[in-house]
Each structure stands twice: as structure tokens, then as C-alpha cells.
Design a protein around this ligand. Structure first.
Ligand code: UT7
Length: 324
């Protein structure tokens, strides 16, 4: 018997306030045409005053638990990926733990910026495979609007707020590739490119929250290389070809990065799930937001092979291959 982590439910949440490119063009020197042409983004959702990452995370988690048909008390572990926690400590995951009524087990945050959801999924998968837990709630939740420099047109137009979550449960099968669950995860980081994408504040450096700083063109170049490499690694590890994958759910940073990666690997764009035009870049939330959308509208169906891939600050990057 082989244990796999099966996705038994997913859910997402976007704040109410929708902000168009035109609205941003009234604040900084930019235009709808520039933003759409360079990134594919048309709009983003921003959290209301006082609405925190834990609020978005709780809303997405509640929907994921509902779709899985289980209550919060059945969850053994919460791994919450975020770069924008409510507080420096404790972990935002413990606030969600209290709100879903989970009184046993443990909850913690993971910090891998835009790769955070893939990191969190990989960690939860390993706890399930080693038999330490049965059921995990994996969340990606962000309020990036709080760390943007709203005077910097090169970054403030690219990001949005939101949350997504999946419920994983141990599935005992024969170990064949048809068994449902996570087939593989691959994680990477490289600390040498810190200055290309970082936040210029933090408790131990400046004692301020700080703002996101990015050399966009350089990040773009590394993103396409690293994403193509980690997808190739996942295919090779599972002895698969690009044509065996039903859907790719990429981190949603830029339409051109997604197109570039698809082209390099020979994936048709029809099999890439795209939400960047509606949500912008929601960092750790972007993959579970896109996954939930494609599962809810019936594109992704039980038994299909789905490949998740992400790249973000650190640099960090990674993949997860799932038989849904
Ligand atoms: O989530 C993972 C981390 N993030 C990413 O993966 C993002 C990666 N990078 C990107 O998505 C793209 O590099 C951007 C969308 C950020 C920028 O696109 P680009 O084609 O690389 O443009 P660029 O940075 O080379 O800028 C081109 C021009 C510059 O003007 P000059 O120097 O050519 O005169 C910028 O000053 O566009 C200017 N520009 C803008 N113009 C209007 C930069 N931002 C804006 C703006 N509106 N918002």
C-alpha cells in the first residue's frame, strides 16, 4: 500500500473591491494599454481597510472544507503560505486554526513568496506520506496591497489580494500512476538573486513593514528559465511527456511568462489555466485561486493530471504534479 495525498476539496476568496487599470492610471503615470500589453493584467481585487490576510485565508479555507464535506475539527495540520502575515508573530495559520474550530494538531506559516503554495503543499504532502497526519489544509493567502509602494508604477500595477485553499487527505492505493493524489513535488531556491525581488523592510532590519522592490525585466528572464527547468524535472521524474499533462496551473505573474514557459515546453495555451487578467499577481494565493476556478467551472475533472508550477522572491521555485 502506498499513501498519497489526495485533493478532496478546494476553495478561494477574493475581496470585494475591484480595481481596474484605468483607476490606477488616475493615480500613477501608467495606462491600461501598457499594463495589458506587458503583463496581461486587466484588474485586481484589493482588501478593505481592516481586512487581513487571516480573513481572506479563513474565507477560502471555509469554502475548501465545505467542498471536501468535512469540518475544521477533522483537520490535523494547517500550512499557510504567505509573505504578508497579519502580525510578525504568531503565525497567521494559528488564527485560521482557531476560527475553523480545530482544537488538535498544529498550524504554521511558510514563507516562499510566490512559490509559497507549492512549498506548503509539498510540506503537507510529506507529513501525510510519513503517516504523521491524515488530513491537511493548505492555504495561500496574501494582502500584497499592504506592501506595495503606490508611487512606484513599475510594481504597484502588478499585484492583487486574495486567498485559495485545498484539503488533502491520505489515500491508500496500490501505488500506480492512476492512484489519485500528489505524485511528486520539486522545490528549489537560490539566495544569490536577493536584490532582484525583495521587501525593503522587516522586524530585524528596519523595524518597518517596508515595500516590495523588483527588477522586473531580470526577474522575468529568470522566471522563464527556472519554470521551464522545474517542469522538465517533474515530467522526467514521472516518466511523462508534456502531452500527458491535462492542465498546467501556473503561478499567475505575467501572461508573457506563462506563454514563454508553455512555448519552451510545448504545452498548448489551451491547457494553461489563466487568471492573471482578472486577479493580477496574488503571490502565494494565485495557484489555489486558479485551481479552484478551473475545478469549479468543470475544466479540471477527477482523474486528470494537473501540474502546478511557481517562481518567486528568494529566488524560490517549484512544481507539484497531482492526479486530481
Ligand atoms: O511573481 C514573481 C515575481 N514577479 C514577476 O514574475 C514579474 C516579472 N516581470 C514582469 O512581469 C515584467 O518585467 C514587467 C511587467 C514588470 C515589466 O515588463 P517589461 O517588458 O520587462 O518592461 P520594462 O521593465 O523593461 O519597462 C519598459 C518601460 C520602461 O521605460 P523605458 O526605460 O523603456 O523608458 C519603464 O519605465 O516601461 C516603463 N514602465 C511603465 N510604463 C507605464 C514600467 N512600468 C510602467 C507602467 N506604466 N506601470
Amino acid at each position: 500500500m502506498i499513501v498519497r495525498s489526495q485533493v478532496i476539496g478546494c476553495g478561494s476568496y477574493l475581496p470585494e473591491r475591484l480595481v481596474s487599470n484605468a483607476e490606477l492610471a488616475a493615480m500613477v503615470d501608467t495606462s491600461d494599454d501598457w499594463i495589458v500589453e506587458r503583463s496581461g493584467i486587466r484588474q485586481r481585487y484589493l482588501a478593505a481597510d481592516g481586512e487581513m490576510t487571516s480573513d481572506l485565508a479563513f474565507a477560502a479555507a471555509s469554502r475548501a472544507l465545505e467542498s471536501a464535506g468535512i469540518s475544521g475539527s477533522a483537520v490535523d495540520l494547517i500550512v499557510l503560505a504567505t509573505a504578508t502575515p497579519d502580525h510578525t508573530f504568531p503565525a497567521t495559520a494559528t488564527k485560521v486554526q482557531r476560527r475553523i474550530g480545530m482544537k488538535h494538531g498544529f498550524a504554521f506559516d511558510v514563507q516562499a513568496v510566490c512559490s509559497g503554495f507549492v512549498y506548503a503543499l509539498s510540506i503537507a504532502d510529506n507529513f501525510i506520506k510519513t503517516g504523521q497526519i491524515q488530513t491537511a489544509l493548505v492555504i495561500g493567502a496574501e494582502t500584497f496591497s499592504r506592501i506595495l509602494d503606490w508611487n512606484d508604477r513599475t510594481t504597484c500595477v502588478l499585484f492583487g489580494d486574495g486567498a485559495g485553499a485545498v484539503v488533502l487527505r491520505a489515500n491508500r492505493g496500490k501505488g500506480g500512476s492512476q492512484d489519485r493524489g500528489i505524485l511528486s513535488t520539486h522545490l528549489h531556491s537560490d539566495g544569490t538573486h536577493h536584490d532582484l525581488l525583495y521587501v525593503d523592510g522587516g522586524p530585524s532590519s528596519t523595524q518597518t513593514v517596508g515595500h516590495l522592490r523588483m527588477e522586473g525585466r531580470e526577474v522575468f528572464r529568470h522566471a522563464v528559465i527556472n519554470l521551464a527547468s522545474v517542469v522538465g524535472e517533474a515530467l522526467a521524474a514521472n516518466d511523462l511527456k508534456a502531452s500527458d499533462i491535462d492542465w498546467v496551473v501556473p503561478h499567475q505573474a505575467n501572461r508573457r511568462i506563462i506563454e514563454g514557459t508553455a512555448k519552451k515546453l510545448g504545452f498548448p495555451m489551451e491547457r494553461m489555466v489563466m487568471t492573471v487578467e482578472k486577479h493580477a499577481n496574488t503571490s502565494a494565493a494565485s495557484i489555489p485561486l486558479a485551481l479552484t476556478e478551473a475545478v469549479s467551472d468543470g475544466r479540471i475533472r477527477p482523474g486528470q493530471l494537473v501540474l502546478l508550477e511557481a517562481m518567486g522572491g528568494g529566488f524560490t521555485w517549484g512544481s507539484a504534479l497531482i492526479r486530481i
